[in-house]
Design a protein around this ligand. Structure first.
Ligand SMILES: CC(C)(COP(=O)(O)OP(=O)(O)OC[C@H]1O[C@@H](n2cnc3c(N)ncnc32)[C@H](O)[C@@H]1OP(=O)(O)O)[C@@H](O)C(=O)NCCC(=O)NCCS
Length: 309
């Protein structure tokens, strides 16, 4: 086997020991190769892929415009391997010296690899987002009251956009989201597409007035799908955006919305459901854990890209 082949096999075994829900380690496919030597004579490798999202693209709502992503191939070298590769990456980035605030270095790594976490923190990276999963579980029956939940329709687009912009405003304070000038138009287009596609989008109402939104969809993880690098094979429920009006938070609206979404996921026979949340979000970090979600992958990030150390 090649160096990368050996490292990938060792990394897959390492991942399996860390967390049973991690898929086999996927080899990096594109980018500039970076590698480093370890004190014990071993080597680690990785690929750095640069992406610039064009103005007007939806990716700019949750990402910096210019992103360098490192895909590490560390085998089972843990903290020492991550540290060595981050040093090599930092050396490479110093040549580019991008201090534009709309630039970032990012890296996805299994949340439970806390030895690697130490190295990532030491190099200045911040755990800004977590991909959290919930294995197929039952859902609690919603309690009756003035709150009701129903599937959203195209006629609800204005209310859905308003709620999703409130979520963006909150998330922009606690994570990687950015409020771009065209944010409302991009949200409107994405929500309209979801509603037209018949994706599960739920609206909570209090006496008929919209107070909450759960915008969900479906993701298939299988051979040659992008999701296979993150999730075990199978169909997954995806929770894209949950938002409750500020004055209605903490009164059970989110719980009721998720009871409806989880019931539909269960009926569809999904392997589980997943979402992204920001650990510094004081509301969602607690809410999602109570809803049965736990970290699988952490997205580490530093802005500007040139601040990597
Ligand atoms: C995160 C968010 C969607 C959660 O929705 P929510 O309606 O505030 O959450 P809920 O009220 O359903 O649940 C929160 C807690 O309030 C409790 N609660 C339920 N009914 C309640 C009531 N009548 N009075 C007080 N608390 C109540 C819930 O039980 C839950 O606590 P528990 O799990 O310990 O029981 C919402 O706070 C929000 O929109 N936040 C800003 C945007 C955001 O962070 N979105 C998620 C991005 S990933």
């Amino acid at each position: 086997m090649t160096l990368v082949g050996d490292l990938l096999a060792a990394q897959t075994a390492h991942f399996a020991g860390l967390d049973p829900l991690l898929p086999p380690a996927a080899g990096p496919v594109r980018g500039d190769a970076v590698s480093a030597a370890l004190p014990d004579g071993g080597r680690v490798a990785g690929m750095v892929e640069f992406t610039e999202y064009p103005p007007g693209s939806a990716n700019r709502l949750w990402s910096a415009a210019r992103v360098w992503e490192l895909v590490p191939v560390l085998g089972a070298s843990g903290r020492a391997g991550m540290d060595a590769l981050l040093r090599a990456w930092q050396h490479r980035m110093a040549g580019q010296a991008d201090f534009d605030p709309d630039s970032a270095c990012v890296l996805n790594w299994p949340s439970r690899d806390v030895a690697a976490t130490r190295a990532l923190l030491d190099h200045g990276l911040v755990p800004l987002s977590v991909l959290a999963v919930r294995e197929r579980l039952g859902s609690t029956a919603p309690s009756p009251g003035p709150l009701t939940v129903r599937r959203a329709r195209l006629a609800d687009l204005d209310a859905a956009v308003e709620l999703s912009m409130l979520e963006l405003a909150y998330s922009a304070l606690v994570g990687s989201a950015v409020i771009r000038p065209d944010a409302a138009a991009l949200k409107r287009e994405a929500l309209a597409n979801r509603l037209r596609a018949g994706d599960p989008v739920w609206l909570a109402e209090h006496d008929g007035v919209p107070v909450g939104l759960a915008e969900c969809g479906w993701t298939d993880s299988g051979p040659r799908t992008a999701a296979a690098a993150r999730l075990p094979h199978g169909r997954w429920g995806y929770v894209n955006c949950v938002s409750v009006l500020p004055g209605a938070r903490g009164s059970g609206v989110g719980q009721l919305l998720m009871a409806a979404a989880h019931a539909e996921f269960a009926t569809a026979g999904v392997a589980g459901s997943y979402l992204y949340f920001n650990p510094p979000n004081p509301l969602s970090s607690v809410f999602w854990a109570r809803q049965g979600y736990r970290p699988l992958w952490t997205m580490w990030e530093i802005r500007p890209a040139g601040a990597l150390r």
